[in-house]
Design a protein around this ligand. Structure first.
Ligand code: ATP
Length: 242
């Protein structure tokens, strides 16, 4: 007998969310399996950030459910979700400009008390992002856009999340830096982190994703493997400029 498939790490079930009269998410359903990179792509205002904020617990939902490792977390407090292993690297980076790179990383570990482990992980981040090592004593605000993006991702990783939510990590970056960020995300997957990646840059996201979903005006309209979506004519004409 074939054993039942394991429950997905994250399951979004018919989730709806609104800002007053604006319905930003309409019965969105999707899944992120353990060890996967799953991409959510879509244009401006499609609802991508709203969905990530709902998963993090800072956006009210008006219907549906969010399950994490089989547990219903739809009404859980944001800090409880962080403690459970969900970390978000926000759009626009939001690093602390006055604090050094090293202190920004320490803040990412604010729920942890295993100081030796924190020191170890800090070095691991410097191995993963060598540019940050050279800049460790510099204020975060003095870093370039790409370096700040790497710092934001590294800071989220300092909490040792099992699920990393990334909001537009390629935003505003030159192509060479986009490639570096993509390589870093692929390395995270190889190290066992599950990644839910939200992007307007559909080509970048789908090229590293195991699977992807396309969101339009709050609804999932297409889903498939990263490769299927990259070769889907509708996706190509709407999002890939083909
Ligand atoms: P972008 O890539 O531009 O960030 P997005 O796909 O992340 O777009 P959202 O920011 O989630 O889209 O927005 C979804 C919808 O909700 C849009 O119609 C947007 O105008 C609306 N919206 C977002 N934030 C608010 C808010 N604070 N108040 C009212 N409406 C909002």
């Amino acid at each position: 007998m074939i054993p039942p498939a394991p429950a997905p790490m994250l399951r979004i079930d018919r989730l709806s969310s609104r800002y007053g009269r604006i319905q930003a998410l309409r019965e969105v359903s999707l899944e992120v399996g353990e060890g996967e990179i799953v991409a959510l792509v879509g244009g401006n205002g499609a609802g991508k950030t709203t969905l990530l904020r709902a998963i993090s617990g800072v956006q009210p939902v008006s219907g549906g459910a969010i399950l994490f490792k089989g547990a219903d977390i739809t009404r859980a407090r944001p800090h409880a979700r962080v403690a459970a292993g969900i970390a978000q690297s926000p759009e626009g980076r939001q690093i602390f400009g006055e604090l050094s790179v090293a202190d920004n990383l320490r803040l990412g570990a604010y729920l942890r008390r295993d100081y030796a482990g924190i020191a170890e992980d800090t070095e691991r981040m410097f191995t993963m992002f060598p540019a940050l090592k050279e800049l460790r004593e510099r204020p975060g605000g003095a870093l370039s856009g790409g370096q700040q993006q790497m710092l934001a991702i590294a800071r989220a990783l300092m909490g040792r999340p099992v699920l990393l939510l990334l909001d537009e990590p390629s935003m505003g970056l030159a192509p060479v830096l986009v490639d570096q960020i993509l390589a870093a995300i692929a390395a995270l997957k190889a190290a066992g982190t599950t990644v839910f990646l939200v992007e307007q840059n559909a080509f970048a996201a789908l090229s590293i994703a195991d699977r992807g979903y396309v969101l339009e005006t709050g609804s999932v309209v297409v889903q498939g493997s990263g490769r299927e979506l990259l070769t889907n004519p509708d996706v190509q004409s709407a999002y890939l400029g083909v």
